[in-house]
Write a protein that binds this ligand. Sequence first.
Ligand SMILES: Cc1cc2nc3c(=O)[nH]c(=O)nc-3n(C[C@H](O)[C@H](O)[C@H](O)COP(=O)(O)OP(=O)(O)OC[C@H]3O[C@@H](n4cnc5c(N)ncnc54)[C@H](O)[C@@H]3O)c2cc1C
Length: 401
Amino acid sequence: MKTDVTVIGAGAAGLTAAVTAASRGLKVILLEKGERPGRKILASGNGRCNMMNKGFPVYYGDPVFAASVLKQCPLSKIEAFFKEYGLIMTQDPEGRVYPVTYQAISVLSVLKNAARITDVYLNTGFDVSAIYRDHNLFIIRNDRNEEILSEKVIICCGGAAQPKLGGSMDGYRLLGSLGHHIIPVFPSLVSLTTDKKSISGLSGIRIRAAVSLFEGNSLIHQEKGEILFTDYGVSGICIMQCARFTEGRNTHLEINFLEGICDSSEEMISEIQRRQAMLSNLSPVSLFDGVLPEKISYAVMKQAGIPMKGEKAGNLTDNDIRRIAETAKGYKIFITGTRGMDYAQVTAGGADCCEFCPETMESRLTQGLFAAGEVLNVDGDCGGFNLMFAFSSGIIAGESV
Ligand SMILES: Cc1cc2nc3c(=O)[nH]c(=O)nc-3n(C[C@H](O)[C@H](O)[C@H](O)COP(=O)(O)OP(=O)(O)OC[C@H]3O[C@@H](n4cnc5c(N)ncnc54)[C@H](O)[C@@H]3O)c2cc1C
């Protein structure tokens, strides 16, 4: 079979690239190794699909490249693309954009309709194993030795995160075979595993806090938001956004449970002393009654080295009170790793963006070869940034082939 354009991978980037190219009258084949397209779109945003974000863009890997791509195809242009094919969108007060139905299936249905309308030939169950360049054509093969000849190729194989939703190393391998350099990949936006002692008894607790990530004494990253304690460690958006900074480092978290409640340590100490006088006959844990969940209060006392068996709040020394206040504002949790690619939402690392032109998404090494989406060395924060980059780069590639 011979075609103008072959898009490999029917995810967010591949679907937008294929539709955009086909809408220009090109003959487009969209190859997908899975039985269904867009599995990550369906899983995104807890099934609600947080498609984009109107706030300040937060990208890592190659943020300059990401900014150039989003300048070329900004959010307004992605919105226009989706509106044209029938999707109505809405946004929450934080600027996160969703389909008006708050159902990811709406986004996928509209993309599938758009592919039908524009005559994209979607071939599912086609697992691309190799690409060769032969004169002016690309030869694209699967393991059954089926072959497609194509003038242009757009690689949209995504990243390695969540193999059960199509994540794999394929895109990196295919681009690598055509001479591209791959920045080592690792999981991003993923929960953290921790030492058992500091999370003991806390599984199931959710609490808003400020989180600081340290390597030794060096502050590496800070976040605020809801933390979820689990049996393996910690989770929640603010934790997942720390994960990419733990890679290859020996790190620990310091959690300020009093963020937004009491800013200065001195203020906290005098408040605890006031409570100590009032609750002198009760356990030290009761000093945080009305402020922190009891289990957190207990964990803070334990980490601060306060003996709890039969101890009364009234017997605590000034030194004890200072340690309690300091621990509540900097509760230490030692990171042992992440939950890995199986649980990551996004892959950090990927094809070196320097080897692609952000105005066209074309390879600077091989004419006619393009790439878009997560396969590139761009990963964003939670909140719609990753799909936004996939849609934006997909549209640009589809316009440029
Ligand atoms: C659980 C979860 C929730 C998420 N929530 C959000 C969110 O709310 N907002 C947000 O912005 N981002 C979210 N993300 C991230 C976002 O889904 C991805 O960044 C985005 O889908 C990447 O798009 P892509 O097209 O590059 O790759 P993908 O969507 O992964 O598509 C790649 C496609 O290529 C196919 N493929 C791979 N190799 C081959 C091959 N050899 N031959 C043929 N086909 C192949 C795969 O099967 C897959 O269908 C979430 C991710 C996960 C896992």
